[in-house]
Design a protein around this ligand. Structure first.
Ligand code: ZN
Length: 211
């Protein structure tokens, strides 16, 4: 814990003074243009890989970058999406998975999750992706996990479309959805291309989006 507190002390002393004006302008309002939904994994830092300043990204993070489909008992993820779209008026939503994802590995390897009943329950929102992956064969466990990571991003993009605020935004063309997978080792991002349903290099295809 000590290094976290030392980090804060360094921020207060060395970093904050140089960004004083930015924080002053953000003190009473925010106007982020994008909602970024990613895994809680410590190795994927949305603001770092997209080089965004405070105030620019509205972020949801959870195990497996999961978006429960909309239902009669909406939870925290649903409320946060609704707030981002309706109150903040974001124009883009990115759902970003990542390589070596522990949640996706657990699903791909049918790992016993008995000691973690909440995780097991939560990952049920990825059942569509699991079903797709189980129908194919893979040459290695890594390849299967990679497929699970990609199919999970697709499944969560489908889930988010069931949210009323997102449905309205898509219908009115005021909202765009993006499906990304970040590779931890190479720093590469692959983005889902709607027509081909393939993940392509984002740096080579910066215009690519899902819907
Ligand atoms: Zn993860």
């Amino acid at each position: 814990m000590q290094h976290i507190i030392e980090g804060f002390l360094n921020f207060q002393k060395e970093i904050f003074p140089h960004q004083k004006e930015l924080f002053r302008s953000l003190a009473s309002s925010q106007n982020p243009k994008a909602l970024f939904i990613s895994c809680s994994d410590s190795r994927l830092v949305p603001e770092l890989v997209t080089q965004q300043e405070p105030g620019q990204l509205f972020v949801i993070r959870n195990a497996g970058n999961i978006v429960p489909s909309f239902g009669p008992e909406p939870g925290g993820v649903s409320a946060t999406i609704e707030y981002a779209v309706v109150a903040l008026g974001v124009s883009d939503i990115v759902i970003c998975g990542h390589s070596n994802c522990g949640a996706m590995k657990a699903i791909a390897s049918c790992q016993c999750l008995d000691p973690m009943p909440a995780v097991a329950h939560w990952l049920r929102y990825s059942d569509a992706a699991k079903a797709v992956v189980e129908k194919k064969s893979y040459s290695s466990e890594d390849e299967k996990v990679n497929a699970m990571v990609q199919e999970n991003v697709i499944a969560q993009l489908n889930n988010i479309k069931t949210h009323p605020s997102v449905a309205v935004g898509l219908r009115n063309s005021t909202l765009r959805l993006h499906g990304w997978v970040y590779d931890i080792e190479s720093g590469v991002i692959r983005a889902l291309e709607k027509n081909s349903q393939q993940f392509v290099s984002l740096s080579e295809n910066p215009e690519v989006y899902f819907e």
